[in-house]
Design a protein around this ligand. Structure first.
Ligand code: FAD
Length: 438
């Protein structure tokens, strides 16, 4: 007998937790349960399709994790196919690694107009996430505004302004690539309520905006301070100074031959989406930063645009039977422990910040709690019990081997230089798996 752990969610946090559990409790039986047939959470469905090197981390994660003691149960959703209470009866420990999939909502008048999207949906759509395939945003517009000054905002702006040749090297689904290639969008405004010193872009992503073959970044020199403004820790200051230097370097780019523009608009906040049924412009208010807070100045201006994407953060959804901190949008926990037998890692634990590897220490922490709470093997049924329950309900899980067959099909049907042609529909994935077994 061994200790039994179930991990709900197969994003990076789920894989890191499995890895840490294997190391901390040798011999532990681990099942990773994922609502989609496909693993890897936001690595597949969030990381930008033109950042294939980043997406490759998935291969590293799977190598260290999937073996006889760790199994993958894809296409099983907790809350749909079985309840959390049922899962907790089957395993000693259950680790929540479900992420924070929902947008922080844009709550200004007109936010419900056609042409206004949250980044979770928009990014999910261009990454072929089955939940968002139907979004079909209208890109037949001249200008877009992306609200937010973080990496997600910059991903959206970059994909909208990349050349068709650049997009051909991505794994954008056919429908998204076709819509972007046909789109006349030539002006994207990146709107942030604070100044250049406060923007949350990482420097690599920011620099990339200056390297696009058809697009020039546009800034107003008077918005760029001499040095980073505000009180920062030394490391933070260096990062901000680097971003400032990159932004200044954009002023020297020769716009000749680059037909698209990404305008960095600092010190401005959205007030209202203008138009009839559809978005036609975004009314903004100029801000100033007072003691670290952005305050409106009363001066307003309008940016004409037919597409608005708000990239202002994510939040977790409440899980039945688990406490929920609506303010922070996370599950309250003590360094990853919710209570004996229930743990949290990744974005559901910490909130939606940090990079892929930020979830690694969460896994270590959860594994230490589980080792302390369950020093001896118990008598929970674990995988055998899960398989029995699913069979009774006629629910067929997707195994990791099944996923590898889906992946092989995606890679073999790709049209070079694209690395893969994603399945974007769960029914099509299940049909392929059924038919290719025969
Ligand atoms: C648009 C975007 C771009 C990003 N780009 C980068 C980047 O380039 N580089 C970088 O380092 N970081 C990037 N990040 C951050 C990174 O993706 C996150 O830090 C990381 O994915 C969080 O991991 P997670 O496992 O907590 O959540 P997720 O990756 O969201 O994984 C959660 C998983 O749980 C599953 N799940 C949810 N509910 C259930 C349920 N009820 N039952 C079963 N399964 C369930 C989901 O389907 C999903 O697979 C990006 C984030 C976003 C949003």
């Amino acid at each position: 007998m061994a200790q039994k752990a179930a991990i709900i969610g197969s994003g990076p946090a789920g894989f890191y937790a499995a890895d840490a559990l294997q190391v901390t409790i040798p011999g532990i039986e681990i099942d990773i349960i994922e609502r989609l047939p496909t693993p890897f959470g936001l690595i597949r469905g969030g990381v930008a399709p033109d950042h294939q090197t980043t997406k490759k981390v998935a291969h590293k994660l799977e190598k260290t994790v999937i073996n006889s003691n760790t199994a993958y149960f894809g296409n099983i959703e907790i809350g749909r196919d079985l309840t959390l209470a049922e899962l907790r009866n089957l395993y000693d420990a259950v680790v929540l690694a479900v992420g924070a999939p929902s947008d922080r909502k844009l709550t200004i008048p007109g936010a419900d107009k056609i042409g206004v999207h949250g980044s979770a949906a928009f990014v999910g759509w261009y990454n072929g996430h089955p939940d968002f395939v139907e979004l079909q945003p209208d890109l037949n517009v001249d200008a877009a505004v992306v609200i937010g000054h973080g990496n997600v905002a910059i991903d959206v702006a970059r994909l909208l302004t990349r050349s068709a040749a650049g997009r051909a090297r991505t794994d954008l689904p056919d429908y998204a690539r076709a819509a972007m290639d046909a789109s006349p969008i030539s002006q994207v405004t990146l709107l942030g309520r604070r100044g250049p010193s406060d923007a949350k872009f990482t420097n690599v992503e920011l620099r990339e905006m200056g390297e696009l073959s058809e697009c020039v970044p546009v800034l107003r020199a008077e918005q760029l301070p001499e040095t980073a403004e505000g009180e920062f820790m030394e490391r933070d200051r260096r990062l901000r100074e680097r971003n400032l230097a990159t932004l200044k370097s954009f002023l020297d780019i020769d716009p000749a031959g680059r037909k698209k523009r990404v305008a960095f608009e600092f010190f401005a906040r959205p007030l209202e989406v203008l138009g009839g049924e559809r978005a036609e412009a975004l009314r903004c208010e100029r801000t100033r930063v007072v003691e670290g807070r952005a305050e409106g100045t009363g001066e307003t201006f309008d940016i004409p645009c037919g597409l608005v994407v708000s990239a202002i953060g994510y939040r977790a959804e409440p899980i039945p039977g688990v406490p929920y901190d609506a303010q922070q949008g996370i599950v309250p926990n003590d360094r990853g422990r919710i209570e004996k037998g229930l743990y949290a890692v990744g974005w559901i634990k910490r909130g939606p910040t940090g990079v892929i590897s930020s979830s690694r220490p969460d896994g270590v922490e959860a594994a230490e709690h589980i080792a302390a709470d369950f020093p001896e093997p118990g008598n929970k049924p674990g995988r055998a019990g899960l398989s029995r329950l699913l069979a009774e309900r006629g629910v067929k899980p997707v195994s990791f081997d099944d996923w590898k067959r889906l992946e092989a099909e995606e890679v073999s049907t790709a049209r070079p230089p694209s690395p893969r042609r994603k399945f974007t529909d769960v029914a099509a994935m299940m049909k392929f798996l059924e038919e290719s077994k025969r």
